[in-house]
Design a protein around this ligand. Structure first.
Ligand code: ADP
Length: 397
């Protein structure tokens, strides 16, 4: 069985064709600058990279080009589109409309329209991606796989905000979380690697990338997560502020002459470690600047690490213990200094990092970084969100 995984953004589209027998991507790539002059597709297959530069006015043009590459004589990996058994689409926000992976049909697409506003940058793009695939591959089975699904198990006391309960019911304003496919994948991989039943484990999963979120996974289900109604909440991120007193936004908007909408753009794009450091949103740049003596870069890193550590402590309390900490995504997989700072001082919880193991370079496989006498396992697990989307799609289609 072969599943095509599509992750559509407003002007970009990433894809992977996954062979479910081996669970490996046989081709992957992405289209950039959709709807903007200078479109480009980068396609990787057979250990080679193929680049096509052509304008891609719409998402349908982008999907058509992807399919052309997949069946291309040289760059292709299949002989016809019939070899694609189903398509899995990544969707960022589900609201209360979808609890789990859902087959694409007219009703599902109506609901998708209704929840567009929940993730204004992402959900409309997913709709474009689905419609493009339906236009180019009519009749092909497709599934919507939501970033929020894994977090649907959060109990009310964790997912609700302390606002008027009637407003929660009416407007569905609550914590939804994000990166669910990643948290689900690494929690499962942790149990598999440790040869333990996930039902017995209390795991804190740290997905630390450009966007970062931390989850408490108890007995295999998510009981809390750091992102909120939108991915703006939780720890400070590359350019997002993370948690902030909302009254401060009103104050900032007034002082800086920003509308609420501008204020939100500011919090999403100009804050986080970029805003604090004034250097970059990229942790490699921040580490370099800190090493060169830049105090604000050091402060930004300290704030990030401190916030992550607080979540580890809070979620240990929420779960009544801790067996495993997982680090994943760009920063979690590649930045020893972050892992060191986040776990440092948590010996009282039974967390002890092995500094030598922590210094090892990421080779794309799972590593146990815990010291011999650490009660809690500290693991680095490369995430694979596309594989989760493919598995969910295969199970449904
Ligand atoms: P996202 O998928 O959310 O865009 P990533 O998971 O790719 O983000 O994470 C990007 C972050 O990971 C950046 O801050 C980057 O500095 C950091 N990072 C550190 N080392 C590496 C590395 N070797 N490769 C990629 N990202 C790295």
């Amino acid at each position: 069985m072969k599943i095509l995984v599509i992750n559509a953004g407003s002007s970009s589209l990433k894809y992977q064709l996954i062979n479910m027998e081996t669970e490996e991507a046989i081709a992957k790539g992405g289209c950039e600058r959709i709807g903007i002059a200078g479109g480009k597709l980068t396609h990787k297959a057979h250990g080679e990279t193929f680049v096509v530069e052509q304008d891609l006015p719409t998402h349908t043009d982008a999907i058509s080009l992807v399919l052309k590459m997949l069946v291309d004589q040289k760059a292709g990996v299949i002989s016809s589109m019939d070899e694609i058994d189903a398509v899995g689409h990544r969707v960022v926000a589900s609201g209360e409309a979808f609890k789990k992976t859902t087959l694409v049909d007219e009703r599902a697409m109506e609901l998708m329209e209704e929840i567009k506003d929940l993730a204004p940058l992402h959900n409309p793009a997913a709709i474009l991606g689905v419609n493009a695939c339906r236009a180019v591959m009519p009749g092909k089975k497709m599934a919507l796989v939501f970033d929020t699904s894994f977090h649907q198990t959060m109990p009310d006391h964790a997912k609700l905000y302390a606002i008027d309960y009637e407003d929660y019911k009416k407007y569905q304003v609550r914590r939804y979380g994000a990166h669910g496919t990643s948290h689900k994948f690494v929690a499962g991989e942790a149990a598999r690697y440790l040869k333990r039943d996930i039902k017995e484990l209390k795991i804190v999963t740290c997905h630390l990338g450009n966007g970062s979120s931390i989850s408490a996974v108890k007995g295999g289900v998510c009981i809390d997560t750091s992102m909120g109604f939108t991915p703006l909440a939780g720890v400070p991120m590359g350019t997002r502020s993370g948690d902030i007193d909302v009254a401060a936004i009103d104050y900032l908007c007034e002082k800086k002459g920003m509308t609420m909408q501008e204020g939100l753009t500011y919090l999403n794009k100009k804050c986080g470690v970029l805003g604090v450091s004034g250097v970059s949103s990229d942790f490699r740049d921040l580490e370099a600047a800190k090493a060169a003596g830049n105090g604000r870069a050091a402060l930004a890193l300290d704030m990030f690490n401190y916030s992550c550590k607080k979540y580890v402590g809070a979620y240990s309390a929420a779960m009544g213990g801790l067996d495993v900490i997982v680090f994943t995504a760009g920063i979690g997989e590649n930045t020893p200094a972050v892992r060191k700072a986040v776990t440092d001082g948590l010996e009282y919880l039974g967390v002890k990092l092995d500094d030598e193991k922590n210094a090892l370079k990421n080779d794309g496989t799972i590593h146990d970084l815990s010291a011999q006498d650490s009660k809690v396992k500290i693991l680095v697990i490369p995430t694979n969100e596309e594989l989760v989307i493919a598995r969910e799609t295969a199970a449904l289609c």
